[in-house]
Ligand binder design. Structure first.
Ligand code: MSP
Length: 661
């Protein structure tokens, strides 16, 4: 019989900066599901990737003075590294800059145009660049983007439009007839009441005001709207509209698209309408999860939070982080992230409950029986209750995982762990051990503990990639058959006569106070200056867990590190705009007897005439780079925030070339 398939996706990530722990939330959840389904014997396709086009990326690249492709390549490499570190088992990684993706998106656009679902007209309206969203005037809130509250720009351009309005009634009907299509239910109501029932307008699906996107194949001055491009990834990754559509035929429709709540709208309106227009089946479910927010309240402001997943994983271990993400908040709701809550959870659930149970069990088998549980055993009080509780856990885990209720599934598993710990208190092995005649009873108690742990090691596997093997090693379990998913449903198959291996503590306890002090040093005072740290000030996940934590970390340098920089006073002799780059100025600088050419991204803030004669600060030993084909021999320092950029200058005149330290 052919294997059943399971196709799960995460959103594809914007490579517009470093990913924070909130970003890894969807991916870790999807990974847990993918692992679970594989353990259940499914043929799984787990897709993630990156969404690399759009004005936002183009602007970021311009700010850095590099090409958008160079810009995304670097960040995407970091994202891939992160998923590797987090042991994400995606089967494919799609980049919207992949040639095949671009070709197929062009074909999709063309087909929709040819059949009249896309037409040419003129767009006049408001555009939110950070969200890559169009809005009508009436949709704006206080003149700002209704999604993120940021400034919008008035745009008027010739555009292509998608006949979204045509699909409104079919969409409403589909959602009403398929209650599982949008989950949780609250999001279904939101889509119906706030968007669909009030009426859909046709959607502007091309832009001419920037270049970084997939060109419309038959009208190249237009690039395809980034959401049309991005949403298509779910089928272009399966080779839709190519010579070999076998994967598409095998895996589509997706079983579930996991997405954050702010992008449910795109996935439950634009995407299904596109698929309807293409005559393709709709995904079975779109699940809109909540956000992980930062809290300002409980921890003092200056303590900040480390939200860089790389730091967190390296500090606390992968399984602790994955456990926390999936355990601490119900999947559909928002939750608060704090380092303190993380450490408390690690200490209570992992170090105390699970880690301790493993250590105690193995240590007792070692101490009382020299590492091997004897065959002669005697049943007694509490055994049946333990077995009943532990044996409920596998089926409950399955039932809850099928509904994507990760936190409830973990709660059920931890009930089994707690019950097993309680069993030790009830049976008091250390008392039994005092009398040789209790040996068979003591052996049974040890056996039951080992057997519970065998089962627990199986059902935590979807959530934790590393811990199951550590438990099995300590229990001496090598026969893979005994740790397959279905083996969790049979009690009493832990083999007699195998030897346990006393090993390291699986989850060391963390000393909260000391750890918080260390974290405080890492975050540095800077982070606390951001008002966005407070959950109540947050309306968008990008803001919710904005982090350049490792950049802040990098701020912790030694004096020797600092001394490696050759900072010099330089006088601007000449300045001119760089053709074709509205952010760049080419400068000629005097540095003592030497002159230097530097390309600087300050053109939006300084006219060439205004900076000639100024003394600025130059990093003189920076490796030269080419920006727009012009060599830049160093970098001048400037301060900037969202609105302003000011050059770092001196408090008076000094000889050019003077060292700054
Ligand atoms: N590029 C789009 C998705 C296109 S899918 C066809 C996008 N990218 S994103 O990088 O901004 O976000 C990716 C995912 O990360 C989203 O589902 C978003 O909700 C999620 N998260 C970002 N910050 C988050 C939290 N603080 N908490 C939970 N999820 C968060 O949107």
């Amino acid at each position: 019989m052919e294997k059943k398939t399971y196709y799960i996706t995460t959103p594809i990530y914007y490579p517009s900066g470093k990913l924070h722990i909130g970003h890894s939330y969807t991916t870790v959840a999807a990974d847990a599901m993918a692992r679970y389904k594989r353990l259940k014997g499914y043929d799984v396709m787990f897709l993630t990737g990156t969404d690399e086009h759009g004005q936002k990326i183009q602007r970021k690249a311009e700010e850095k003075g590099i090409s958008p492709q160079q810009y995304v390549d670097e960040i995407v490499a970091g994202i891939k590294e992160l998923w590797k570190l987090m042991k994400i088992t995606n089967d494919r990684f799609i980049r919207t800059t992949d040639t095949q993706h671009k070709d197929v998106v062009q074909k999709i656009f063309k087909r929709l145009y040819d059949q009249g679902d896309i037409y040419k007209s003129e767009y006049e309206g408001w555009y939110c660049t950070p969200c890559e969203s169009f809005w009508t005037k009436t949709q704006l809130v206080d003149g700002k983007c209704p999604d993120c509250g940021r400034e919008v720009e008035l745009t008027k351009e010739e555009s292509y439009f998608f006949r979204l309005s045509k699909y409104q009634d079919r969409l409403i009907k589909h959602i009403e007839e398929n209650p599982d299509f949008i989950q949780p239910v609250s999001r279904q109501n939101e889509m119906l009441n706030n968007f669909l029932r009030p009426g859909l307008e046709d959607l502007c699906v091309s832009r001419t005001s920037f270049k970084w996107g997939i060109p419309v194949s038959f009208d190249e001055k237009h690039v395809i709207y980034v959401w049309i491009d991005a949403l298509s990834n779910y089928i272009t990754a399966l080779n839709y509209m190519t010579n070999d559509e076998s994967d598409y035929k095998k895996y589509w429709p997706a079983d579930v698209h996991l997405v954050g709540k702010e992008i449910v709208r795109f996935h439950t309106i634009i995407w299904p309408a596109m698929l309807m227009a293409l005559g393709e089946p709709l995904p079975k479910q779109i699940y809109g999860h909540g956000w992980l927010l930062l809290e300002g309240g409980k921890m003092s402001k200056s303590k900040g939070n480390v939200v860089d997943p790389v730091i967190l994983v390296n500090k606390y271990g992968l399984d602790s982080i994955r456990y926390f993400l999936l355990r601490d908040m119900p999947f559909g709701s928002d939750g608060i992230f704090s380092n303190e809550a993380l450490i408390n959870r690690i200490n209570s659930d992992l170090a105390n409950d699970l880690g301790n149970l493993v250590s105690r069990t193995v240590a007792m088998i070692d101490k009382y029986f020299g590492g091997k549980i004897p065959a002669e055993r005697e049943a007694g009080d509490y055994d049946q209750d333990l077995v009943n509780t532990v044996m409920q856990a596998p089926s409950k885990t399955e039932e809850l995982l099928e509904k994507l209720q990760f936190n409830n599934a973990l709660t059920e598993i931890w009930k089994a762990i707690s019950r097993t710990n309680k069993y030790i208190d009830e049976t008091m092995p250390w008392v039994l051990a005092k009398d040789e005649k209790n040996s068979p009873r003591l052996a049974q108690v040890m056996y039951n503990l080992a057997e519970s742990l065998r089962i627990i090691s199986i059902i935590i596997e979807p959530f934790m990639p590393e811990t199951p093997e550590k438990i099995r090693h300590q229990l001496g379990l090598t026969d893979k058959k005994l740790t397959e998913w279905d083996a969790a449903k049979t009690w009493g198959i832990y083999p007699t006569g195998i030897a346990v291996n006393k090993g390291e503590v699986i989850f060391p306890r963390i000393e909260l106070k000391k750890e918080m002090e260390e974290l405080e040093q890492i975050t540095a005072a800077k982070e606390s200056e951001k008002p966005m740290n407070k959950a109540h000030a947050v309306s968008q996940p990008e803001k919710a867990l904005e982090s350049e934590a490792s950049e802040k970390n990098a701020a912790l340098v030694t004096i020797e590190d600092f001394a490696k920089l050759d900072l010099r006073v330089a006088k601007v002799l000449e300045a001119e705009k760089v053709e074709g780059a509205d952010k760049l100025l080419k400068l000629k600088l005097e540095l003592g007897s030497e002159t230097r050419q530097v390309v600087s991204g300050i053109a939006k803030h300084y006219e060439p005439k205004d900076i000639i004669g100024k003394q600025v600060i130059l990093i003189a030993n920076l490796k030269p780079v080419k920006l727009k084909g012009i060599e830049s021999q160093g970098m001048i320092l400037a301060a900037s925030d969202d609105t302003k950029l000011l050059l770092a200058t001196l408090d008076g005149e000094i000889n050019s070339g003077a060292k700054v330290k």
